[in-house]
Ligand binder design. Structure first.
Ligand SMILES: NC(=O)C1=CN([C@@H]2O[C@H](COP(=O)(O)OP(=O)(O)OC[C@H]3O[C@@H](n4cnc5c(N)ncnc54)[C@H](OP(=O)(O)O)[C@@H]3O)[C@@H](O)[C@H]2O)[C@@H](O)CC1
Ligand SMILES: Nc1ncnc2c1ncn2[C@@H]1O[C@H](COP(=O)(O)OP(=O)(O)O)[C@@H](O)[C@H]1O
Ligand SMILES: [K+]
Length: 497
């Protein structure tokens, strides 16, 4: 798991590394420059004309160091320098080291067309030290960089983008952001995608001991972390070891949702599965999920009654359920009677939004899996992505449950205030039914005895990984929800290897 640190914590990490490695600040900067250049030279050849736009802080210092190294590699490089603010010591040293090697053009206005003769523009105006919105000359130059027909690359973080709070003013729109060692919270928020582009981390050897000790409430999931959670099977295990899940899903016209969730649940390793479905779904489910048992509702078309709940380890409820008045009543009774953690999705969430008194009865430790629209119905409109994140944390705390907000970087908020951002998944999964698949996986993991947070984190990761493996074979456009299930076994194998 990778910790996501605040701008202030990153500054402390830099300072700690300098003091305790020990390494001089300028040598650490040189390491950062080399790491950036390592990434750059693997992708672009020496025919590319490069402009590096530098401020006068340490991000600008990085830019100057990068210019010197790229020149040594044989790239045609110019530095465009924007004065203003106090020059940092390392900036001054790197400017001195550049003398006679690379052309440095000081820019004080944007009257002329600055970038048309370049192929690539590297942004080193502001890094994590941005203290206020970019304005004046910096803002005008960022705007010109954004309009130029070039490949845009940001050093550490796009200029104008705040590391851990709401950004305003002009922001560099990177195609690539090469970030030092740790990702920034801003990278995971939908509104920043146009600024951050594709991001990657380069290791600059910041203190691992410090990172280990420092507390953070935001994390980025890694395969290593998931590997540690997943439990291998043991010789004398039997189906009773892996729980009996009850899946309550489907209504007339939406029995497919129950089948998708049920199939995913089985492949997620549950011991036994019973589906509770309306009568119209009986033959469909019995034929398509021969490993599952079926319990049939009193109603032909939707949920109105509940089976006896005693024998079930956990319940997954919501996909394709509909919101008939009788369904709402049965759902309310389910929440009242089943007091163990369960997974609530789709119409289960919509019923909660429309019948808010039911929120009080959500069993602690449950997992709620809204997509953004369902989340808005639950918590109301948010002013920006940071507000959305706060609302997600607040709901998790209020319900003492895990709130999984689905999207490109699905975020998983635990009741104790932690947020985990998923690292797997792709836009090929933006297709009907993939959410139902996730519900099945999460219910399957809960049934097997994983804690709610472990089940949520692992399930979301595996769901995205299965989607990635499926996309590799099928392509993103043709990918459908069933493909995600088909690749779930491969995802488990890969995650446990
Ligand atoms: N050893 C290390 O620490 C390492 C650091 N590294 C690199 O350092 C970067 C952080 O550097 P940094 O802290 O110097 O801040 P940086 O982002 O360059 O900007 C600060 C300057 O900009 C100014 N300023 C801010 N906002 C402004 C605005 N809107 N408009 C105008 N001015 C504004 C601000 O002025 P002030 O707020 O003080 O008035 C100050 O002068 C980090 O992202 C990474 O690239 C790596 O080399 C690894 C080793
Ligand atoms: N661009 C994307 N990148 C990664 N994952 C995505 C993307 N778009 C959708 N997904 C994933 O696909 C699933 C969609 O769920 P949902 O919207 O509930 O679909 P449905 O209701 O049709 O089943 C979520 O797990 C989400 O994270
Ligand atoms: K930058």
């Amino acid at each position: 798991m990778i910790k996501i640190l605040s701008a202030q914590q990153i500054r402390a990490l830099d300072a700690y590394t300098i003091q305790h490695e020990p390494i001089s600040s300028i040598d650490l900067m040189e390491r950062a420059c080399r790491a950036f250049v390592g990434w750059f030279t693997e992708r672009f050849d020496e025919t590319q004309k490069v402009a590096i736009v530098c401020g006068t802080g340490n991000n600008g210092g990085d830019g100057l160091g990068i210019a010197r190294l790229l020149k040594m590699w044989g790239y045609p490089v110019s530095v465009l320098l924007i004065r203003g603010g106090t020059d940092t010591e390392d900036f001054k040293t790197n400017l001195e080291r550049l003398k006679g090697k690379v052309e440095v053009i000081e820019i004080a206005s944007t009257d002329s067309d600055l970038f048309s003769r370049y192929d690539i523009v590297i942004d080193a105006i502001f890094g994590s030290g941005l203290s206020r919105p970019a304005e004046g000359i910096q803002a005008a130059i960022i705007q010109q960089m954004n309009q130029a027909d070039v490949i845009r690359i940001a050093v550490d973080i796009p200029s104008g983008l705040q590391t851990d709070k709401l950004s305003q003013g002009e922001i560099f729109k990177a195609d690539f952001t090469i970030s030092f060692q740790l990702p920034k919270l801003a990278f995971f928020l939908p509104a920043n995608h146009a600024s951050v582009g594709e991001w990657c981390l380069v290791d600059i050897g910041l203190s691992k001991a410090f990172i280990k000790e420092i507390s953070s409430s935001h994390f980025y999931l890694t395969s290593k972390y998931i590997r540690r959670i997943l439990k291998p099977r043991s010789k004398f295990d039997h189906k009773g070891t892996y729980g009996h899940a009850l899946l309550i899903a489907g209504s007339y016209g939406k029995i497919g949702a129950a089948v998708l969730s049920g199939r995913a649940l089985l492949h997620a390793g549950v011991g036994l599965l019973t589906l509770h479905i309306p009568q119209c779904g009986y033959s469909i489910v019995q034929t398509s999920l021969i490993e599952a048992m079926v319990d049939v509702d009193a109603h032909e078309h939707f949920l109105t009654t509940l089976p006896s709940l005693d024998k079930y380890t956990t319940v997954g409820v919501g996909p394709g359920l509909g919101q008939d008045a009788l369904t709402i009543k049965a759902f309310g009774k389910l929440l009242e009677d089943f007091r163990k953690p369960m997974v609530i999705d789709a119409d289960g969430l919509n019923i909660l939004s429309a019948n808010r008194e039911l929120l009080r009865t959500v069993s602690p430790g449950s997992i709620l899996t809204p997509h953004p629209k369902e989340f808005e119905r639950l918590v109301g409109k948010w002013s920006d992505d940071f507000d959305r994140l706060e609302k997600q944390k607040a709901l998790a705390k209020q319900l003492k449950s895990v709130v999984v907000l689905k999207g490109a970087y699905t975020s998983i908020a635990s009741p104790d205030g932690m947020v985990y951002f998923n690292s797997t998944g792709n836009p090929g999964m933006a297709t009907g039914g993939t959410g139902d698949v996730l519900t099945g996986i999460l219910t399957g993991l809960l049934a097997q005895g994983y804690s709610s947070v472990d089940a949520a984190v692992t399930g979301v990761y595996l769901h995205g990984l299965a989607g990635d493996l499926a996309a590799r074979e099928k392509g993103m456009i043709s990918l459908i929800a069933s493909d995600v299930i088909d690749f779930l076994p491969a995802a488990f194998k890969k995650a446990m290897a």
